[in-house]
Write a protein that binds this ligand. Sequence first.
Ligand code: ADP
Ligand code: MG
Length: 603
Amino acid sequence: MQGTQAIGIDLGTSNSCIATLTGNEPSVIQSTEGDRVTPSIVAFGRNGERMIGQSAKRQAVVNPVNTIFSIKRFIGRTYRSRQIQENIERFPFRLAPSSAGDVRFDVEGRRFSPEELSSMIVAKLKGEAEQVLQRDVSTAVITVPAYFDDRQRAATKDAGRIAGLGDIQIINEPTAAALAYGLHRQQNQLLAVYDLGGGTFDVSILQQLGGKFRVLASCGDAFLGGDDFDRVLIDWLIEEFQRSSGRPLPTEPTVLQRLKNAVEQAKRDLSFSQSVRITVPFLSGGPSGPVHLDVELDRRRFEQLVGPLVDRTLGPCATALADAGLKAGDVEAVVVVGGQSRSPIVQTRVAEFFGRQPVRGINPDEAVAMGAAVTAALTTGQLPGYELKDVTPLSIGIETAGGAFTKIIPRNTPLPATARRVFTTTEDNQIIIRVHVLQGERELAKDNRTLGLFDLVGVRAAPKGVPSIAIGFEVDAEGKVHVTAADEDTGRSQTVRVSGRGGLAETEIQRMIDDAQLNEAADEQAREWLAVRNRGLTLVYQTERLLGDPSAPLMPIFRERLTAMVADFKRHLDRSLAPKDRHTIEERLAELVSLLRELEYES
Ligand code: ADP
Ligand code: MG
């Protein structure tokens, strides 16, 4: 391969998209299947073979337990967290806690971390980009929701590393979308980016000054998106069915998955049709005969059902505006992205809220990846004249007396940011001060997320309240937090990097990187195998045509041998395709070819 190329990746909850800069324009790189977005789904087949993206999505109905989706909802979260526990029922796959309390996916006894599964998606996108561009890809920008905390960002970065990316920058999705929109509109304006995806909602207010973009405020809801629209529709279907047929709809995982596919399609159709028919034949067997589903859903009813969900996005919009010190009317361009924003009701409510129509001309499914590609080009100096400035997504502070949380750097502070505060002891002769650094917006320390915990030892023994301990905070441009604690009397100080760590230990990451490389080799083999198989199938087809042609001058002995060989060959090709069989197949293929040659020679 020739040289390297920087790429941008939108690693979404539902769909992922990869883009790069060609000339001065970002453009999406299509998948091998020819799609511009790839479902963020990883599945494991009966023989443990992995499927990623479209192929995983297609088989979800028949393999719901080992088809893992919405991985992003789990990344950097603990198993016991409220968000996971409240939603665990919704997922057909099996979840378990790791020994450190993080989330693991259980696939037939094998445990996968969210980072590892996400890395498989990243690796697929990266591999496809390398094929298309004929260049190595190691520098990448991966986007995350603006309110992702430090651990979620670090975990996302780890996913990129496991996939074999070397130089990874994490940026906020709305910033990326704004950049994609504002790239060729060099002016000064206030932008709102409204991103309603499959699993998350995000809104940011940005200021554009020519080529400079600065986030003024962000807000969102990590558990609000198109999946919830689907769920509301499934609940409605279940109710409708009960009402019209007098019996309950079975709700085993396969049925739920088929219902989900059906309502998702209906929801998409309703973005341009006024009414759709939802038909799912043979939804399930059962003692009282097969269950068929056939209902009509019109846009008005749809909008009644999902209206409350759309309204839930407006709260965070108001918060973001208030944090930025602005009113809805101050916003000069509303950039609406995310697949779910294609529903007309979303566009209407957003227009009502901001008092202006959302901008047109940007593709809601691709804007984030395009902006990421632009950012990647900025970092490699491919695109001069632009600059990005992000803000802290969440407040950073420390635990103080009585378990309170004292904010030191409030959320939405421009990066890089520094702050310094002086604290003192709370007990007489206290010689150790524990510094508990947290991130979040809640009043009590225990309700926020711990970034780090360390002890400043050797404080001068003195009555309480006398020592003065200066604590300095520094958040770098990437959002990593460094904390320095110094006893001003003794001059003793200690600096720690308290953030930038995901849930995986460095050794685990290394093991996963190795695994991924092994898998890449296996994928390579699988591709070669596929090529052999395809060659075989072509040959079988040609031979069968030859055998079926009465005018072909075939001696009976050849006819018999060829017929037997083709039958044998087909048996091999039909079996489950383990790459180790490749050798056998190649041998048969060679035999068949030489027999056909002989034939040519004889006749
Ligand atoms: P994410 O960023 O979370 O990966 P996307 O931005 O790809 O998600 O949005 C996915 C969501 O958008 C899904 O819930 C999907 O059903 C929904 N969606 C996609 N296309 C349409 C459409 N034409 N109309 C309505 N919803 C859509
Ligand atoms: Mg998205």
